[in-house]
Ligand binder design. Sequence first.
Ligand code: CA
Length: 270
Amino acid sequence: MESGAGKTGEAATPILRHMASAAQPRQGGALPEGADGDGVGDGLAAPRILIVEDEPGIVDFVTRGLQAAGFLVQAALDGEEGERLALAGGFDAIVLDLMLPGRSGLQILASVRGAAPSVPVIVLTARGEIEDRVVGLEAGAVDYLVKPFSMAELVARVRAQLRVIAEASSSTLSEEDIEVDLLTRKVRRAGRSVPLSTTEFELLVFLLRHRGRVVSREQILSSVWGYEHDPATNVVDVYVGYLRRKLGTPESPAPIFTVRAVGYRLGGAA
Ligand code: CA
């Protein structure tokens, strides 16, 4: 069980926007303290983090630490305000305590997952409450931190999640000197534009998504062609041949390797 220190007082408090520094209160779009001039977090794109936690000491600690790391931080000290802010959107990540007055962390997690499934939620749990972590992860939290945690630990977890998001939302795939833009569907090899048919493009994207790994003909068939097929068909081999011819040059063959009796592998060296 979490310590309930201070809980009764906060439950009645109507506020909920918490400012870490009394000397320099900072509202929503303001620059985080310590971010000016050091090149971190002082651009327009400073990530915005919401912390929902009812223990003022932890809120202070987390807010100061995240601001020093270059994040914009907003805090809610009870579940209702936390949920309202979380659903209002505009946050790149949410740090969420589970035991909260108002709405529980799990209720907030469920609402956030419904409204903004891609926003990473890092759950704070009390020491030893393994069940909380399991339930939290099942409910859609991406990570958890056990109290007491160090600031470095929290900053590292938040950064890791933001990195995952950035990669997942990237519209390009690449391996060695092959680049595919998923939005414009343009393909380049060593800077040279390579026009592909729709099927060739889908095949290349599939191989790139599994780059460095061996994929079987059956996996390729069901993912790229997506229908019941004659197991004896050689359509995969034919299309791999087309791709190799279009991507490769005499000096620089395409890095699509045949793995005998299994299938193909893109990249990962010969
Ligand atoms: Ca709590």
